[in-house]
Design a protein around this ligand. Structure first.
Ligand SMILES: Cc1ncc(COP(=O)(O)O)c(C=O)c1O
Length: 483
């Protein structure tokens, strides 16, 4: 019990607590401030409104603790095997991050060095993606792959419009050809910019967009084809060279010259290191632009993507704006204006820190873990693998036909969540919506030891579910994956 007289403490907790005792009396036994300095202070709010701003402020440490504690209720990032997005960087990166968190990427004039580093980074990436001449390429950082894909799509659309107008033809009905397994950012692109999305459905026979029947989709209004390096649903690569070959044939027959944008959100930073012989990038003539998420296998904290065009001519100049830069001008092509500049510095740090060889080692380690996990899961009789993690370190599996009627992969996902693992289950896109898969994304930081624990947890969960005498309820089951 406190012996401090309740007084007129100021509402924000920063004012004096009035008492009829001298200040030293506060150090007495039972003083509330000592028992719990955070949440037991006299006169300070500890219960905040959730839907409107509090009338008055509170002490910084109390506000910090409240936010910190609420964030603890989020999943554990390291056990989140659902996300592709980086959840760990080393302490040097963390230091650099806090030192540069005030930089605004658009302020090229105020932060010319960050702007110069951005240019260095996309040129390095252009080289990584085999641009014929990185000096003649053009690129930019973005907030992530979604923005990068939008910019790639907008360039395709404008290029098509310019050619159509020059030929005196209509620009009213542009269409874009994509796999039904594209990431939602492409649905957004088509929706926001009035482009008809022509989805090529995936099937058991064609697990990815592979160029089959492309002539049924392409016409004079086609602005381009999207090829995905690392399909979000499964992690599989789409065969860019094969898609290009199908488009070559179409051009021979019809004269239509349809270009490819490669969505390398994940694979753009895996293939150069783990499959350097695979021709998916600017080595394929038809590829005019490539995008990636630096915050996925680029290994940077969330908030950075890249897009690069083969040459400046592939990016219609009327899409480009000027910002002032060292008294001169610098071209920008972006949807955002202000956005953090720190991540660009983090990317540069990693390029210097790891080099090509370091990136290869890190990506190889992730792939080793993915292949180990797919091997172990593939051995379990309850499952059939969809793929094995040898493209990007991501793989999916389905329930073996006839294994059980008592439970499904959503139930398994829930059981694993009890152990902290976040491993989503979801239906495949058209034409395989009756197939439910579960997917693991292996990122830097999932060690082999942790993966071994996961295998044990999956085995234990399957044994539990198999032992059930009655089927699990299906009410309220929702897919934990919506993108
Ligand atoms: C193939 C693909 N494209 C685009 C995106 C969107 O990426 P971001 O989250 O960086 O906007 C993703 C994200 O998972 C993806 O897998």
């Amino acid at each position: 019990m406190t012996d401090v007289k309740r007084g007129s403490a100021s509402g924000d907790g920063t004012g004096p607590i009035t008492s009829n005792r001298p200040p030293h009396a506060f150090s007495g036994r039972g003083t509330r401030n000592q028992v719990n300095p955070m949440f037991a202070r006299e006169g300070i709010a500890t219960d905040f409104p959730m839907d409107r701003m509090p009338d008055v402020g509170t002490l910084p440490e109390t506000a910090y603790q409240i936010v910190h504690d609420e964030a603890m209720l989020d999943g554990n990032a390291r056990l989140n095997l659902a996300t592709f997005v980086g959840t760990w960087m080393d302490p040097h990166a963390a230091k650099l991050y806090s030192e540069s968190s005030d930089k605004n990427m658009i302020d090229k004039d105020e932060y010319p060095q960050t702007a110069a580093i951005e240019t260095r980074c996309w040129k390095m990436i252009a080289n990584l993606w085999s641009a014929p001449d990185a000096e003649k390429a053009i690129g930019t950082s973005t907030i992530g792959s979604s923005e990068a894909c939008m910019l790639g799509g907008l360039a395709l659309k404008r290029r098509w419009q310019v050619a159509r107008r020059a030929a005196g033809k209509s620009t009213e009905k542009p269409n874009l050809i994509l796999s039904s397994a594209v990431q939602v950012c492409w649905e957004k692109f088509c929706n926001y910019w009035d482009v008809e999305a022509r989805y090529v459905p995936i099937s058991d026979e064609h697990k990815v967009l592979d160029g089959h029947d492309l002539d049924k989709y392409v016409d004079e209004n086609t602005i381009g084809v999207v090829a995905i390096m690392g399909v979000t649903y499964t992690g599989m690569y789409e065969p860019v060279a094969k898609i290009a070959a199908a488009l070559d044939e179409i051009q021979e027959k019809t004269g239509l010259d349809v270009k490819i944008h490669v969505d390398g959100a994940s694979g753009g930073m895996i293939a150069p290191f783990l499959q350097p012989e695979l021709e998916w990038d600017f080595r394929v003539e038809r590829v005019v632009s490539i995008s990636t998420s630096a915050h996925k296998y680029g290994l940077v904290f969330p908030g950075l993507g890249w897009v690069v065009w083969r040459t400046v001519d592939d990016l219609p100049q009327d899409l480009v704006f000027d910002v002032t830069y060292l008294g001169g001008h610098m071209p920008t092509f972006a949807l955002n204006f202000s956005r953090p500049g720190a991540q660009v510095l983090l990317q540069y740090y990693l390029f210097l820190r790891l080099g090509w060889d370091g990136y290869r080692n890190v990506q190889q380690a992730s792939q080793d873990v993915a292949v180990y996990l797919s091997g172990e899961i593939g051995k379990m009789e309850a499952f059939e693998l969809w793929n094995d993690g040898t493209d990007i370190p991501v793989f999916a599996w389905q329930l073996a036909k006839g294994h059980t009627e008592k439970w499904n992969l959503y139930h398994l996902s829930e059981r694993l969540r009890l152990k902290g693992w976040l491993i989503p289950a979801y239906p495949m896109p058209d034409d395989l919506t009756d197939v439910v898969v579960q997917r693991i994304v292996v990122r830097n930081g999932l060690s082999l030891n942790l993966a071994e624990s996961l295998v044990l947890d999956i085995q234990e969960a399957v044994e539990y579910l198999d032992r059930l005498e009655a089927p699990m309820p299906h009410e309220g089951q929702v897919s934990s994956f919506t993108h």
